[in-house]
Design a protein. Structure first.
Length: 236
């Protein structure tokens, strides 16, 4: 009686494919574990910088940055940043779909605050599908494992406000010579107005565009304070 041919799964080709898939799965699991560990770590430990901040420090040789806890940042600064970059920050899970669609239609970036934290802390700035995919993954982890207040605190401390000037503590001194808790509504709105393109805008010598944007942000900050959209980061 004629013997049956060996099963396909026993062939060298199948064994090689299965081995390759297993290695990929193990690598993916390891990377997910490391990413989750890093996000959990920075939930409790203040990061000394981020991927982008480190790259700029190497490029420039020196940067201005000093960590300021949320309770030592003027509340109006937090509201101004949210009004400028992510007005519905308290209402979504990292992705404001309507704002993203509008940004795409207008041909501009539409990343919310959590997405920007993911990019600035863990990733590089050059646009690519790989980076956007990783950014989305980190955003979900951050939104899951951190509070909204913590996300905003990290954002305000690693955002770039001028070339080589990172965080609201350094920015307040750099532009206005005051500590972050002494920022006025106008100064806070000016700092928020230069985001997300601080190398082309100035808070101390504002252009007509920055002045106009500052006014809109002051109004927006007052609005989100009045309608409850600031509660998620002001209440802890």
């Amino acid at each position: 009686m004629k013997k049956k041919s060996p099963a396909k799964q026993g062939s060298p080709l199948w064994r090689g494919l299965r081995s390759g898939l297993l290695r990929c799965a193990k690598t993916l699991f390891f990377l997910c574990f490391i990413a989750t560990y890093a996000v959990i770590l920075f939930r409790f430990i203040d990061p000394s910088g981020g991927f982008y901040m480190g790259a700029e420090a190497r490029r420039l040789g020196h940067i201005e940055a000093n960590w300021v806890n949320m309770e030592n940042i003027a509340p109006v600064m937090a509201r101004s940043a949210v009004a400028a970059e992510d007005a519905n920050y308290c209402l979504h899970f990292g992705f404001d779909v309507s704002a993203i669609k509008q940004a795409i239609n207008e041909g501009r970036g539409g990343s919310g605050i959590s997405q920007q934290v993911a990019k600035n802390l863990f990733l590089w700035h050059q646009r690519s599908y790989l980076r956007k995919g990783l950014e989305a993954g980190f955003t979900v982890l951050i939104e899951t494992l951190w509070t909204k207040r913590r996300i905003l605190e990290v954002y305000l401390n690693i955002a770039e406000f001028d070339e080589g000037v990172f965080g609201v503590g350094a920015a307040a001194q750099h532009y206005f010579g005051v500590d972050a808790d002494r920022l006025t509504p106008l100064q806070a709105a000016r700092l928020a107005a230069i985001l997300p393109n601080p190398k082309a805008r100035s808070a101390s010598a504002p252009s007509t565009y920055v002045r106009k944007r500052t006014g809109a942000i002051r109004s927006g900050a007052a609005t989100i304070a009045a309608d409850g959209r600031a509660e998620c980061f002001e209440s802890g």
